[in-house]
Design a binder for this molecule. Structure first.
Ligand SMILES: Nc1ncnc2c1ncn2[C@@H]1O[C@H](COP(=O)(O)OP(=O)(O)OP(=O)(O)O)[C@@H](O)[C@H]1O
Ligand SMILES: [Mg+2]
Length: 361
């Protein structure tokens, strides 16, 4: 059974620690994405699962077996590398056929399987082309087809869609999930694109600076982020600093810098605690009375309009209104903003400051 387990993994490159105390279990057949800003250690993690590099401390187990010293070709792994890495001397078909050939599949399968996956990535008509004759995006598609055709039970995908344009990326996301679920594969998919992570995964592992910040389903990570960094990195949010005034059974009352009192969910905080209130732009609405603000910027986004305001508490808040809404908004207008108390989440105010706590390092 190809479940993957990382136990107490630390990876050091000289002075740089790229992985810190990583514990993670990926179930057989699960689709997990590793999400996080550039340089946070995603590729390092996936390379240790593959056996391209060894951890400095801790263990990688596949199917319960300790992988120390086991080379990549014995780990039953299909890999899409971040820098693509096709065999330059083989054409597209040769690249995709590589797995089935080395696995000694019969002739019919060697004929059929690579064509099936080249068709999936819409490159059948280019199968005779060599990597040097293909665009970056086409090479990435060949690389993906090669990993799928390899017959491996574990797929490691490092930014597999990054070189593709938005439309193709969306189609392939959907196909990737469908096929890997049909084949019952265990997938570890690395991306720094939170929308991609949200749409393909059973679970998202959010990383920052070599550590796992939080692991959860896409819905829970978006709706119930346990950490301020998560709230800000997964989706967009507004962060308002304040002090808890009172915690009631059904809500918390928070006093902002200018003395305005706003509502959030009930919480474990006590009055006087310094907090940060997180509220998503789609939860903020204009009303006749609420948090006073002045409109500073209006951006047309297609299906909605993004409005940026400066509140009387000197916070920047974004909110969205539907393009079909009748009301006119103009820069310099005053608006009052409200949200339902359930949608405001409170976090302890980080001692290092909010900006430092959400920084993408
Ligand atoms: N072979 C290496 N030698 C020295 N430092 C390394 C090596 N590989 C990675 N690092 C360092 O480890 C850290 C994590 O790198 P890694 O490639 O895992 O990041 P990443 O999350 O995949 O980033 P990106 O999204 O940009 O691909 C970085 O600071 C990087 O410079
Ligand atoms: Mg990387």
């Amino acid at each position: 059974m190809p479940e993957v387990e990382l136990r107490g993994i630390v990876k050091r490159f000289g002075k740089v620690t790229a992985s810190r105390d990583i514990d993670l279990k990926i179930a057989d057949g699960e689709y997990v994405t590793i999400l996080g800003p550039s340089g946070c250690g995603k590729t390092t993690l996936i390379r240790m699962i593959a056996g391209i590099i060894e951890p400095s401390e801790g263990k990688v187990l596949i199917g319960g077996r300790d992988m120390e010293g086991v080379p990549i070709e014995e780990r039953d792994i299909g890999y899409v590398f971040q820098n693509i890495a096709l065999f330059p001397h083989l054409n597209a078909l040769g690249n995709v056929s590589y797995g089935p050939v080395v696995r000694n599949k019969d002739r019919k399968e060697v004929e059929e399987i690579p064509r099936r996956y080249l068709e999936l990535v819409k490159l059948l008509d280019r199968m005779k082309m060599f990597p040097s004759e293909l665009s970056g995006g086409e090479q990435q598609k060949v690389s993906l087809a090669r990993a799928l055709a390899s017959g491996a039970k574990i797929l490691l995908l490092d930014e597999p869609l990054s070189a593709l344009d938005a439309r193709v990326r969306m189609d392939l996301r959907y196909e990737l999930r469908r096929i890997t679920k049909d084949l019952g594969l265990t997938v570890v998919h690395v991306t720094h694109d939170q929308e991609e992570a949200m749409t393909v995964s059973d679970r998202i592992v959010l990383m920052r600076n070599g550590r796992i910040v939080e692991t959860n389903t896409p819905e829970m990570l978006y709706l119930e982020p346990k950490d301020l960094f998560t709230a800000n990195f997964v989706g967009e949010t507004n962060l308002l600093e304040g002090v808890v005034k009172e915690v009631l059974e059904d809500r918390s009352l928070v006093e902002l810098r200018d003395g305005t009192v706003v509502e959030a969910r009930p919480s474990k905080f006590k009055s006087g605690d310094a907090v940060v209130l997180s509220i998503r732009p789609e939860r903020v609405h204009p009303a006749s009375e609420g948090l006073g603000a002045v409109i500073r910027c209006i951006t047309f986004m297609g299906t909605y309009i993004r409005i940026s305001v400066e509140t009387d508490s000197e916070d920047r808040v974004n909110f969205d209104v539907s393009t079909s809404e009748d009301r006119d908004y103009n820069i310099g207008d005053r608006v009052d903003l409200i949200w339902s108390k359930r949608s405001g989440i409170l976090y302890p105010r980080p001692p290092e400051g909010v900006q430092e706590a959400i920084k993408l390092e």
